[in-house]
Design a protein around this ligand. Structure first.
Ligand code: PLP
Length: 462
């Protein structure tokens, strides 16, 4: 039976089986000292206190202490209790050799995660405090499956203002990130009789996988320089698009393709899901408004706080056409969404303008990073071509001189740099020429230049 006792503020876990309790206790304690979990000089509880904690006879504990004192693992001094002996520290294995330089200086330029060190901690705490103080008691109940009304109202205003979304608070369902939103949507579509659903041929494998796991047939639609090729959607019951900034290729969905997608949905009764995962991060042009506003009855708008704040919050939202609201809510009732306190806090952050300020700061910081990445690559690896950089937190670095994209990823890894190749995101169609999907949002500010330098060094080797 596993037992635990707290010592020096640390919970020490000992595995004691029911038979031969004394032997088990003795060897568990010996192992804890030998492995260093109990360091030299740590004072052990009295045999009486420990026996009471562990539900053992005091004699059992006292006898084990005596045995370990005799073996030199413990020291017992009159009036000073029992401690781990200094000699025991010497018996510990020497510290492992330092890892090679590459492993010590890990840099991460994979796409997906913003700079978590720039999360607005102070503003978040202040908003949480205010939100909790103002919240009605029922905010801590199970609540509305659509999510907290405060957050839905704040989002409705923000999305209309910042992204041009056509919505009201009642058409919004708050979910645990886009990942959960997509699963809920698939279940809702199944309920409405859909049998298949397409993702873009390059996308997050987990999104394509979630479609397949829902029981829908997971189809794919090719992507070219104008975004998803809508003419090839055929009879799918829905499609997941990334119109503002195709993930991962980085192209925006051209205006004629937007119109075509909406016309396709109207004609066939299918649903377009607009994944606006990084819509806040547009640098060189006026932000592309959400395509949902073209046809709110046929397009689901999906947003997330994973890029603008942090993915660990697991906060996302769907703006639903009326016919999908009930089926999605039915699926939502079978599972949990984000906690009420985080929802209230985000609502407060948005309503006070602190969210907008944070987004503006992050956008500026990311734009600077993007410019540094592009100019450094241009200087040091002129053969590489950087695309998809008008928006978002990642760029596609095309490598015309490279045959084996995976070999570059492996070499980078050996040099302490985590990267991802474009083919990692292919769920349909033919492989494209070698390229990397470089996420420039992730490293903390102080490590960004070193990460880019390492990327250049890896690529410059050919
Ligand atoms: C294409 C795309 N969609 C959506 C998301 C956000 O997913 P979630 O809200 O589940 O964290 C991401 C985040 O990496 C993404 O890359």
């Amino acid at each position: 039976m596993p037992k635990t006792w707290a010592i020096s503020g640390v919970d020490l876990h000992l595995d004691l089986d029911g038979t031969r309790v004394r032997g088990a206790f003795e060897s568990a304690l010996r192992d804890a000292v030998r492995s260093g979990r109990l360091g030299a000089g740590v004072r052990l509880p009295s045999s009486r206190a420990l026996a009471a904690d562990l539900g053992l006879a005091r004699n059992t504990v006292a006898a084990a202490y005596s045995q370990l004192v005799a073996e030199g693992w413990l020291e017992a001094r009159q009036g000073a209790g029992t401690r781990v002996a200094e000699r025991a520290a010497a018996a510990q294995p020497p510290p492992a050799a330092p890892p090679p330089a590459a492993a010590r200086h890990r840099h991460d330029l994979r796409p997906g995660v913003p700079d978590l060190a720039s999360f607005p901690v102070v503003a978040w705490i202040a908003a949480a405090r205010r939100a909790l103080r103002a919240a009605p008691a029922d905010a801590l109940g199970y609540g509305d499956p659509r999510g907290r009304p405060e957050l839905r109202a704040a989002l409705a205003g923000y999305l209309a203002r910042a992204r041009g979304v056509d919505c009201d608070a009642d058409s919004i369902v708050v979910c645990s990130g886009f990942a959960q939103g997509l699963s809920l949507l698939c279940r809702g579509l199944l309920e409405l009789g859909a049998t298949s659903f397409a993702t873009e041929s390059h996308c997050h494998r987990s999104h394509h996988g979630a479609v397949a796991a829902s029981g829908l047939v997971a189809a794919t639609v090719p992507v070219d320089a104008a975004g998803a090729v809508i003419a090839e959607l055929g009879a799918a019951g829905g499609v997941l698009l990334t119109p503002a900034h195709q993930f991962p290729l980085g192209v925006p969905l051209a205006a004629h393709r937007r119109t075509a997608a909406v016309a396709w949905a109207r004609e066939t009764g299918a649903v377009v899901v607009e994944d606006d995962y990084d819509g806040e991060f547009r640098y060189d042009r006026r932000p592309l408004g959400a395509m949902q506003a073209l046809a709110p009855d046929h397009v689901v708008y999906a947003g997330t706080a994973s890029k603008s704040l942090a993915p660990g919050l697991r906060l996302g939202w769907l703006v639903l056409p009326p016919r999908l609201l009930e089926p999605v809510l039915a699926a939502r009732r079978l599972t949990d969404g984000p906690g009420a306190l985080d929802q209230l806090t985000l609502a407060e952050l948005i309503s006070t303008g602190a969210f907008d300020r944070h987004v503006r700061r992050s956008r500026l910081a990311c734009r600077r990073r993007r410019d540094r990445l592009v100019s450094t690559l241009r200087r040091r690896v002129p053969a590489a071509r950087v695309t998809g950089i008008e928006a978002g937190l990642h760029a596609v670095v095309e490598l015309p001189a490279v045959d084996d994209e995976l070999a570059v990823v492996r070499r980078a890894h050996d040099h302490g740099l985590m990267l991802e190749g474009l083919d990692e995101y292919r769920v349909g169609g033919e492989p494209r020429p070698a390229a990397l999907v470089v996420g420039y949002g992730t490293p903390p500010e102080h490590a960004f230049s070193a990460a880019v330098a390492r990327l250049c060094a890896v690529l410059a080797r050919g």
